[in-house]
Design a protein around this ligand. Sequence first.
Ligand code: TYD
Length: 131
Amino acid sequence: MFQLLSFKSVDDHRGSLVALEECNEVPFEIKRVYYIYGNTKNITRGYHAHKALKQVLICLAGSVKVKVDDGREKNTYELLSPDKGLLIEGLVWREMSHFSENCVLLVLADAVFDEDDYIRDYDNFIRKVNK
Ligand code: TYD
């Protein structure tokens, strides 16, 4: 499942503030936070799915495109605002591309890192979706 979330931004003459709480704006308990930055020109990332992981991707600076595919439906989101988050749950293949040079992509996740939760082969992913 994937879905674009809109967060409340508190804006005034000083600028903007977004607050995210677990099990509130972020619909799970946050066990891990990581971020991707310093992106080399024209690189792509991802090319995997997770068996069970829930994640919210938030582009804090710059922009990035995220292609998501649940085996039935595909969509591409351009993340370019810190008040938007892309929720990805369970069996979803994801590919990130078009990172701007200044892009900082924050990821909130509901579990600690576990290589066994990855599916890195697309055909294997499709087989799992169709099971
Ligand atoms: P990976 O998830 O494959 O990144 P991407 O899909 O963006 O290309 O992770 C890249 C490397 O970083 C891989 O060797 C595993 C490591 N890694 C961690 O050690 N901890 C983490 O939380 C994540 C997401 C990755």
